[in-house]
Design a protein around this ligand. Sequence first.
Ligand code: SGN
Ligand code: CA
Length: 535
Amino acid sequence: SIFALSAILILLSNCSGERQEKIKEQRPNIVFIMSDDHASRAISCYDGTLNQTPNIDRIASEGAIFTNSFVGNSICGPSRATMITGKFSHKNGFLANYRSKFDGSQQTLPKLLKANGYNTAIVGKWHLGTTPTGFDYWNVFPDQGDYYNPDFIDNGDTVRLNGYATNLVTNLAINWLNEKRNPDQPFMLFVHHKAPHRNWMPDTAKLDMYDGHEFPLPFNFKGDFSDRGKASAEADMGIWKTMSWSHDMKFTDYPTEWEHYKPDGEWHAKRYPQVELGRMTSAQRALWDDYYESRNAEVKEGLKSGATSLEEHIQWRYQRYMHDYLATISSVDDNVGRLLDYLEANGLDDNTIVVYTSDQGFYLGENGWFDKRFMYEQTLRTPFVMKYPGQIKPGTKVDKFIMNIDYMPTLLSYAGVGVPQDIQGRSFHTLLNEQPVSDWRNSIYYHYYMFPGTHSVKRHFGVRNERYKLIRFYHDIDEWELYDLQEDPNELKNVYDDPNYQGIVAEMKEVLRANQEQYEDSYELAMDYLENNRW
Ligand code: SGN
Ligand code: CA
């Protein structure tokens, strides 16, 4: 068959010089699909108890699923900066959303691929504060973007498109593949969805898809942190404490006279009617109101009459959150399917790497929370599935620890581009070989900075190995937490001060020291950032 293949190559190579180059090199195309805040638990190839995602699952079954995939800083901008630089936040300079501005003059994945003959494009969420660099084509949301009829910055020009964000981003991706890319070059395409980011606005076609589903309350839904520490207790991301009637729960009017009334912040109270609903066409708005208004009236009635207790109401809020969140994911999954089908129908699937990931995980009610930021499992982890026909065996499962610093070197390796020395991640293509490498990392490093900030999650850094996790919270507190993940997978009992764990504390501090040395980070550097107000 090698002979047959070369015969075909010779035959084809006679057609055109350029064509010959392309076939000889066989450099893969890359389609990198990333959503925003997608917890692994809401992907059926990872879990399957909450929802079905047949198209994301297709990527895993035709390729590989990574069961231990972690981020170095669980928040949007920093995670995105990390994945395009292969470096932790303290090296790429993007420590926190809003405060930081990405320095687009530095070395990035799209730039290196472009310099090595790739046609590069990004559509959807960018969120790094500065103009994208390294892309032949970019068409991105300003800031976070909107779910309905969003604005896009099309290579510099702001254009409003009609429709639902997840569909539109995929339309732009397919449109670029069809009409705008240079077919003589291999390509790298980032497809970055807004969904399932807060405030979880489903497509009108999906509004009722989880009607009648009752999602079980996850562990520690009441948020008892007596055996954890101050950082968890003081965080502001509770389903009752923090979610708003308007923006999150989709009430256009809400009562102010109840005993347990919790007012919405001014920003949320304005944003939902004026911006989020305000962007809708009257047809979209009619379908929206038709769904939410009658259901909301019932909820208000129950509370007013006293038939619904506060506790029941909080549980109802969880159901609405999950229904909306999962419905936005259903659109993401449909659109992953559209893109996979496009690649197949156009003969591109054989030579294209397809990745599906998220910028970080998300709390789906664990500890009573939504949002991310903490180094606890639900948000330290992020989904990662990848296929590359002929190179990755279908049905591969990788349990080794991968991180978002590794995506860049991995993709560069597959593209045949040398990995620069200063990159902190390591290519994990070697884990997918017939003979996987044996000297892989067995611990991972983490550092979160965005405090003071939205949701009030304190600054912390730490390490995790197969069994233990050590975290140090600093700034306005100095608290250490140690969890034995084997005995306590939900991380509810901090054993840092337990006399039985003092040997482990010492071992994990050594793991922390070694990681900080390897990645050139330290408590002193963190304090320096703080004292000099560097973000
Ligand atoms: C917005 C959200 C927050 C969310 C951040 C960061 N509030 O500020 O809940 O944590 O984005 O998200 S909202 O009221 O605007 O919905 S990130 O994914 O971009 O990091
Ligand atoms: Ca995010």
